[in-house]
Design a protein around this ligand. Sequence first.
Ligand SMILES: [Zn+2]
Length: 242
Amino acid sequence: MTYRPDERDGGLAAIFAHPDDESFAAAGTLAMAHDAGRTVRLLLLTRGEAGNPERTPDLDLADLREEEMRCAAGHIGMDEVTVADHPDGRLADVPFETLVDEIAAWLADRRPNAVITFGAHGVTNDPDHVVVGAATRWAVERLAESGIAPNAVYVISPVLWPGERRFDLSPEEGAASHRIDITAVAGRKLAALACHASQPDVADEIATLRAAIDADGVLYEGYTRVRPTVPLARPTFYAAID
Ligand SMILES: [Zn+2]
């Protein structure tokens, strides 16, 4: 990648569902892209208004979560954050074509070099995560027909496994093709997560990441490049098919 501190197009774009997805999934990688002079942009499809135990819409909570998002964006070093106002928890109720159209238009205006989104299980099986990942990949395919697709699409593939199976990942999400050492910016990932104080699972994540750093001295974020796909590094050859 070339160093283009003043680029207006290009750079790295992340497309997720909720304020806090960016910090859980990709804060370290986005911060490193920023430090390397890339333009870093984020598109969120919801304001997170149902991020309470009752999962009921609360507009004050939406305002608070947008503030938390701005706080996290500051630690990460984002150049642009776009927050759409689709219903939190009910992205699947929005016509899929509408989401694809919006994401395609957002990408076409910005022409990022690479895009990060959620894979088929959205890491946590949250339906909003699944929908945003699928809509993003459809949007990229549509742009490809016009010759303006991003050069690469990555899906989140967590490489931190504190438990036996922390997440129920799809095969694609479970096979990180790119493992990014984010140790140098780990403090900023923790600070970005801490911004999302309205979300009770954030404290657990911070504790988990701190424990991983204490144990290994290193912290990773993982991705699978799904467009173009990455060939297996060491193909396995079989003598026969059985
Ligand atoms: Zn989420």
